[in-house]
Design a protein around this ligand. Structure first.
Ligand SMILES: [Mg+2]
Length: 170
């Protein structure tokens, strides 16, 4: 049995991973699992990658590949020595300020290329901090969203930007 990555960016903007013996079976599984309409998954180009191309035993996601690339970049330069949690936290904050600088003098005029670069810098340092602290970025974001769902119940928070600590007095 192989692992397949079925990508449905246009519709769900997420990657669905399934185990199957063939691409066709992978499509059938995704249809069933997500209760999708027939036509949504008819096109072959939605099945992007046989995961086995990378490694027959381990699912390697785009995020894993990116993390390896960042790791190699740092190792090649012997920069790991500078990447303590506190230094990386400072770097996240510095890059976040550079992101804000893109919008310094106007609310609606900005260079998208500059925004892309600074946003990438922020996320790059976030991933490095996860790596140093041995945290899975997907897991911690998932967990925080679960927490936020409890902190911000829809009936109290819909349409208002009030912080959770004050929300309960409303
Ligand atoms: Mg920067």
């Amino acid at each position: 049995m192989n692992k397949y990555k079925v990508e449905k960016t246009e519709y769900l903007q997420k990657i669905l991973d399934v185990e199957a013996y063939s691409k066709q079976e992978a499509i059938e599984q995704v249809k069933k699992k997500y209760n999708l309409q027939e036509e949504v998954l008819e096109s072959n180009d939605l099945v992007k990658t046989d995961i086995e191309i990378f490694n027959p035993n381990k699912f390697i996601s785009k995020l894993d590949i990116l993390k390896e690339k960042i790791d190699k970049f740092n190792k090649d330069r012997d920069w790991d020595q500078f990447h303590s949690p506190v230094n990386l936290s400072k770097s996240i904050s510095i890059e976040a300020a550079e992101l804000l600088e893109c919008f310094q003098w106007s609310n609606d005029k900005y260079e998208l290329e500059d925004v892309k670069e600074e946003l990438a810098d922020v996320m790059n340092y976030c991933l490095q901090l996860c790596n140093v602290l041995n945290l899975d970025p997907i897991d911690i974001i998932n967990n925080k969203i679960d927490k936020n769902e409890k902190k911000y119940p829809i009936d109290k928070s819909k349409g208002v930007s009030t912080k959770y600590s004050k929300l309960w007095y409303i």
